[in-house]
Design a protein around this ligand. Structure first.
Ligand code: FES
Ligand code: FE
Length: 373
């Protein structure tokens, strides 16, 4: 069956191979994750100079640290001598420098080569030229975003613009004071599914009535199948009897002071392509970052962010966390159910999108365009 034979209610998805073919995945790494701004770590994880994290961005390992002047720096995590991976840990702390475990070339927190055995006998070696290869860095919403492109796209247009476009006004997201919130809980999910299945799932709510019983109790309009992010500026309203965005609809914690009356008792969802989902409710923010590692494997790090006072006072946030944790598990189970069948001959030409999912076709067009470019 070709696309022209589909009835108007249906739009074809990407073909099955798009979710399984390692070559397509490699192209996505090159044309999407290594070209765009990538949300890498929470800035507060880099608590003091020398604290570091390593993350996989496209095909590269990136080392992110805080320099002595407190600025955040990012480098390709590779020694300039003979190419050993500099840091093998996912996170840690060094005192004042990174030392390669192979021949002990040593780099300052600003990336400069500061020492190497016999370096003084090689006065022609410039310490900046042979320093770590820098990666572009921006901080927004309390997260460190990196970009591997030589000429990064506009952060304002691609990242800030995505949130603004969805929420309707530039100030709307600022009301949640996300950069000042604290991580109350982080859960890391190993999802055996292609990153696009996870985005597509997040973009639609046709599945909500089937797999999200707790969520649809709190947000009854989700049972209708239309995702909140379908409409610009729209937030899904809490059910009348619900007092908080919690697993049983009971009270949450202190409301974020900047959240205005129009945003109160509402849930907003934002997708920032290619790997971030932001969920906004009056008393917390749920922030997902995907790390696509293979065509069929994606790590998702999910932070539950609350007011600093709430986290420091040790208030019980477990019912708030439990709601979206269940949603995550339900969603990722669904994605993992689809992944192994993407290779089936029945899915060779792909599946179909119903009207409440038609906006996913825009995402498919975007992916196709990026890979072509
Ligand atoms: Fe790093 Fe030789 S490879 S010091
Ligand atoms: Fe869902």
């Amino acid at each position: 069956m070709t696309a022209t034979e589909l009835p108007p209610s249906l739009i074809r998805t990407l073909p099955g191979s798009s979710y399984t073919d390692p070559q397509i995945f490699a192209l996505e790494q090159e044309k999407i994750f290594e070209q765009m701004w990538f949300c890498a770590v929470r800035a507060s994880e880099l608590g003091k100079p020398g604290a570091f994290r390593t993350v996989q961005v496209g095909r590269e390992s990136v080392l992110i640290t805080r320099a002595r002047d407190n600025s955040v720096k990012a480098f390709l995590n590779i020694c300039r001598h003979r190419g050993a991976k500099l840091c093998t840990e996912e996170s840690g702390e060094v005192k004042r420098a990174f030392q390669c475990p192979y021949h002990a070339w040593t780099y300052g927190l600003d990336g400069k080569l500061v020492a190497a055995p016999n370096l003084t006998s090689m006065p022609d070696v410039d310490r900046t030229t042979y320093g770590l290869v820098p990666v572009q860095v921006r901080e927004w919403l309390g997260y460190v975003w990196v970009c591997l492109a030589d000429e990064p796209p506009s952060f304002e247009a691609d990242v800030i613009g995505a949130a603004t476009e969805r929420l309707g006004t530039p100030e709307a997201i600022e009301h949640y004071q996300i950069d000042d919130l604290s991580v109350g809980r982080r859960i890391t999910y190993e999802v055996k599914a292609n990153w696009k299945l996870i985005i597509e799932n997040f973009m639609e709510c046709y599945h909500c009535a089937t797999i999200h019983p707790e969520l649809t109790e709190v947000l009854p309009e989700f049972a209708g199948g239309y995702a909140a992010q379908y409409y610009v500026g729209h937030g899904a309203e809490f059910a009348e009897e619900v007092t908080g965005f919690t697993v049983d609809g009971s009270d949450g914690v202190d409301r974020i002071p900047g959240v205005d009356e129009a945003q109160d008792r509402r849930y907003y969802a934002v997708t920032v392509k290619p790997q971030v989902f932001i969920n906004l409710v009056p008393d917390h923010v749920i922030f997902h970052r995907m790390y696509p590692l293979a065509a069929d494997r994606t790590v998702v790090e999910c932070d539950w962010l609350f007011l600093k006072d709430v986290v420091e006072s040790g208030k019980d946030v477990s019912r708030s966390v439990e709601l979206f944790h269940r949603v995550n598990v339900q969603d990722f189970d669904a994605c993992e159910r689809c992944q192994p069948t993407m290779d089936s001959r029945a899915y060779r030409a792909g599946g179909v999108l119903v009207p409440s999912e038609h906006h996913i076709a825009m995402f498919h067009d975007w992916v196709t365009d990026r890979l072509r470019g």
